[in-house]
Ligand binder design. Structure first.
Ligand SMILES: Cc1cc2nc3c(=O)[nH]c(=O)nc-3n(C[C@H](O)[C@H](O)[C@H](O)COP(=O)(O)OP(=O)(O)OC[C@H]3O[C@@H](n4cnc5c(N)ncnc54)[C@H](O)[C@@H]3O)c2cc1C
Length: 381
C-alpha cells in the first residue's frame, strides 16, 4: 500500500496498519520531511468537546488513544492534561456552551457548564470584565483537554511504523496516479513509479490537487491559518483558554511561551506568508480577556495551509474510485484526530469495511445532503 503524505494522519494510518492488522508492506511518501505540513505547525490542542454526537464520539476515541500513546509507542510525546476553558462573552455563546456541556455529557466527554466565578478560579489570569467591553458571562470546562508536542507525535508514529517494517521515504513527491480503467493501481513519484493495491491520500492542504489526479472533485478549500508565540512568561498558566465568540485560544508551552491561535485567513490560498494584520487583530482580542500579556513580546509567527470542508467536519474513507482513499477536511482541528483518524483509516483499508465510528464522515454525505455541520466546535483549533 502507498500512503501519500508524511504528516500525522498518514503516519498514524501506517502505524495502525502495522500494529493492528500486521500489514507492513506499506510505503509512506513525503515530499519534504515528515511533519513538514500542519502536523508540525499546529498549536497542539487535544479535546473532544464538540457539538454533535458523531464528532464527540470520534474525538473522544482520539483523546483516549492520546492518553495511552506514550505507553504504547514508548516515546515521550509530552502529553499533558490541562483542561480547556471555553469563555462566553455574549448570551448566544453562553447558550452554546450550555448546550455543548449537555451534548458532551450525553456522548462521553467530560465537560461542565461553569459560572464566571468558577472561570476565574480555573484561570486566575483572566480579567472577568473583558476590558469593560466583553465581560465574561460563563463558559464550559472540558476536563480532559490536553496538549502534546506536535513533532514528537509525528516521530512516535513514524518510528513505531518503521520498527515494524513500514518504509517512510522523505523527499519523494507523488506527481501522478497510475490507473487501470477506473481503478487506481499505484503512484508516479519523483523517484519512479510504485504499484499499490491501495493509495491513501493524507496530504493536508494539498488534497484537491492529489484527488484531481484520480478524477475526484472534493468539497475542500485550502486556507492559511496563522499562529504565534510570545516570549517566556512564568510557568503559571495551567489551563487551555479559548473564547469561541472572540475567535482566539491560547495555552502555555513547556518553555513558558504563550501560544496563541485564531481563525483561518478568509482568502483561500496556498501561501505560507504570515502577516502583521493577523498579529494585531488576534492579540487585541486576546488582550481583552488576558491583559497580563501586554508586557510580553511576540517571538515567532508562522502559517500552515488547511484543508477546510464546508461543514467543518472531516472527510474520511472511500472516494468512489477503487483503490483510492482520502483522509482530509482536517482544517484547523486535525491534530487531535491523528490517533483515531489513523486507527480508523487503517481498519477501513485493511478490512474493506467502513468502521462505524467514521461512517458519518464519508465523502458521499454531501451528495446525500447529510452534512455534519459543527462550525461552532471546530472553528479555530
Ligand atoms: C497554525 C495551526 C494551528 C493548528 N492548531 C491545531 C490544534 O491546536 N489542534 C488541532 O487538533 N489541530 C490544529 N491544527 C490542524 C492540524 O495541524 C492539521 O489538521 C493536521 O496536522 C493535519 O494532518 P495531516 O497529516 O492531514 O496533514 P499535514 O500534517 O499537513 O501532512 C500532509 C503532508 O503531505 C505532504 N504532501 C503534500 N503533497 C504531497 C505529494 N504530492 N507527495 C508527497 N507528499 C505530499 C506535505 O508535505 C505534508 O507533510 C492547526 C493547524 C495550523 C496550521
Amino acid at each position: 500500500m502507498v500512503i501519500v503524505g508524511g504528516g500525522g494522519h498518514g503516519l498514524a494510518t501506517a502505524y495502525y496498519l502495522a500494529t493492528r492488522h500486521g500489514i507492513t508492506n506499506v510505503a509512506v511518501l513525503e515530499r519534504k520531511y515528515i511533519g513538514a505540513g500542519n502536523s508540525g505547525r499546529n498549536t497542539t490542542i487535544i479535546r473532544s468537546n464538540y457539538g454533535i454526537p458523531e464528532a464527540v464520539r470520534f474525538y473522544q476515541r482520539s483523546l483516549e488513544l492520546y492518553q495511552s500513546l506514550e505507553a504504547e509507542t514508548e516515546r515521550w510525546v509530552m502529553h499533558k492534561q490541562k483542561g480547556l476553558l471555553n469563555l462566553a462573552v455574549s448570551e448566544a455563546s453562553l447558550r452554546t456552551e450550555r448546550a455543548r456541556a449537555a451534548v458532551n455529557a450525553a456522548f462521553g466527554a467530560r465537560t461542565d457548564f461553569v459560572t464566571p466565578k468558577e472561570c476565574k478560579e480555573i484561570c486566575p489570569q483572566l480579567d472577568l470584565t473583558g476590558g469593560g467591553v466583553w465581560p465574561v458571562l460563563g463558559g464550559s470546562y472540558h476536563h480532559e483537554g490536553a496538549t502534546a508536542r506536535h513533532d514528537r507525535v509525528v516521530w512516535a508514529f513514524a518510528e513505531g511504523a518503521m520498527r515494524r517494517g513500514v518504509h517512510v521515504h522523505q523527499k519523494v513527491a507523488v506527481t501522478g496516479l497510475m490507473k487501470e480503467g477506473d481503478k487506481v493501481t499505484g503512484v508516479e513519484t519523483t523517484a519512479g513509479p510504485i504499484s499499490a493495491k491501495a493509495v491513501v491520500g493524507a496530504v493536508g492542504g494539498h488534497v484537491t490537487t492529489l484527488a484531481a489526479l484520480a478524477g475526484v472533485r472534493l468539497p475542500i478549500r485550502t486556507h492559511p491559518l496563522q499562529a504565534f508565540v510570545t516570549n517566556h512568561y512564568e510557568l503559571a498558566f495551567n489551563v487551555i483558554a479559548a473564547s469561541p465568540p472572540l475567535l482566539f485560544y491560547m495555552s502555555q508551552t513547556a518553555r513558558g511561551e504563550m501560544l496563541i491561535g485564531a481563525e483561518i485567513d478568509r482568502q483561500p490560498s496556498y501561501s505560507y506568508r504570515s502577516g502583521y494584520h493577523f498579529l494585531q487583530n488576534c492579540s487585541q482580542r486576546a488582550l481583552t480577556l488576558f491583559p497580563f500579556m501586554r508586557n510580553l513580546r511576540v517571538l515567532r509567527q508562522w502559517t500552515g495551509v488547511c484543508d477546510m470542508s464546508p461543514d467543518y467536519s472531516p472527510i474520511m474513507g472511500l472516494t468512489g474510485v477503487e483503490g483510492f482513499y482520502v483522509t482530509t477536511g482536517w482544517g484547523t482541528w486535525g491534530f487531535k484526530a491523528i490517533p483515531a483518524g489513523g486507527e480508523q483509516m487503517a481498519e477501513l483499508v485493511a478490512t474493506g469495511k467502513v468502521p462505524e465510528l467514521i461512517a458519518p464522515f464519508a465523502l458521499d454525505r454531501f451528495a446525500k445532503d447529510r452534512t455534519m455541520a459543527d462550525r461552532g466546535s471546530a472553528g479555530t483549533h
